[in-house]
Design a protein around this ligand. Structure first.
Ligand code: PLP
Ligand code: SF4
Length: 347
């Protein structure tokens, strides 16, 4: 195992995670999509398991060269709602601030895979960053700023602090939310300096932590999570439902319980987006609904994320769990968690 992040096909060959025969195809994958596997994630990979759920998230495969007609480079329509560089304003009261396009790891199923990485959209700095902050300042309906990317926690503490100190001066912004994988894939980097920077806005701070398999949530991760909670930062979770990784009610239940045990409130379970070369990770919405229904009632209410689809074209996220209620003229048929239907009479 390496003590640094693996970034090339050569390094993956050396680590023994890919076969020499596959190298030409994997180099074609690497030419288009960045590779990154942190030491923490390397340590979790079981090399002799061809279905290892950690390897499947980070080790590239030739399947990524297959692109279906429905897939596209901007599957959730970020560009359609970007008034200035670095800002995505799709919903009235909140914006995404995309300050950086690097990540600690590169997920093979990433929905922004054409925008992230060393050849991605780069970092927002100087005049461009000022324009983005000005946009937030002049749009008084913006209550929440969501720092995403890429992964905002790969920025240096100094850079993060500079951005957050600017947001601190905007009164109508009440909430700062970060979307990140760092506390999971690179837990040791959650140090005091970084935490101080995250809180530099003085506003209510949330972090949405991305993890997809219970094995990712180790004791080392718990230490990082405890530090964030101790600093008064609220934590929610974010998971992508992925074929071959977590498309199983038992695994998903274990993941959600682990989040709750760590005091991370389950928030979203994303149906995979139509990102290019990710067809091998996609399951049907019907299968997703079955998995989500299997959690409801059988596992604590605290462990229930909202199953969402980001509608292609930039129309936003929408809950897609199967309906448990049918309208009738004098009431409703509702289905309980065992699948039994009951009538609720209007009063
Ligand atoms: C996902 C997303 C958000 C955040 O949505 P929530 O439902 O508040 O988590 C905001 N803006 C854009 C453009 C998004 O894609
Ligand atoms: S960390 Fe997020 S943005 Fe980065 S590659 Fe993974 S899913 Fe994509």
């Amino acid at each position: 195992m390496s003590t640094k992040t693996l970034k090339t096909v050569e390094e993956l060959l050396e680590a023994g995670w890919v076969k020499a025969d596959d190298a030409p195809q994997l180099k074609a994958v690497a030419a288009r999509y960045a590779i990154g596997i942190t030491p923490s994630m390397q340590a979790l990979i079981t090399a002799d398991d061809p279905n290892d759920p950690i390897a499947a998230q980070f080790v590239p495969t030739a399947a990524e060269l297959v692109q279906t007609p429905q897939e596209n480079a901007d599957p959730i329509g970020d560009h359609a709602h970007s008034p200035v560089e670095g800002i995505v304003h799709r919903y009235p009261d909140r914006v995404l601030l995309k300050a950086v396009h690097a990540c600690p790891v590169y997920c093979r199923f990433c929905f922004r895979r054409e925008m992230v990485g060393p050849d991605g959209d780069g970092m927002l700095a100087g005049a461009a960053l000022e324009r983005a902050i000005d946009y937030i300042r002049t749009h008084t309906e913006i209550w929440e700023v969501i720092l995403t990317g890429g992964d905002p926690l790969v920025l240096s503490a100094r850079r993060l602090r500079a951005i957050l100190e600017q947001l601190a001066t905007i009164d109508h912004v009440k909430i700062i939310r970060f979307h990140t994988r760092v506390p999971v894939v690179d837990a040791p980097s959650i140090n005091d300096e970084l935490i101080d920077a995250l809180k530099a806005s003085g506003k209510t701070t949330y972090i949405a932590i991305h993890a997809n398999h219970p094995r990712e949530l180790t004791e080392t991760v718990k230490v990082a999570i405890d530090r964030l909670l101790h600093a008064g930062i609220a934590l929610v979770s974010q998971t992508v439902l992925l074929k071959g990784i977590n498309d199983d009610p038992a695994i998903l239940a274990e993941l959600m319980r682990r989040f709750v045990e760590l005091r991370i409130r389950p928030y979203y379970l994303h149906h995979p987006d139509l990102a290019p070369g990710t067809g091998h990770f996609r399951l049907s919405i019907q299968r997703g609904q079955e998995i989500v229904a299997a959690l409801r009632g059988h596992v604590s209410g605290l462990c229930q994320p909202v199953y969402v689809l980001d509608i292609p074209g930039g129309h936003g996220k929408i809950p897609i769990a199967a309906s448990t209620i049918i309208d009738e003229s004098d009431g409703y048929h509702v289905t309980d968690f065992r699948g039994v239907s009951h009538f609720y009479q209007n009063s």
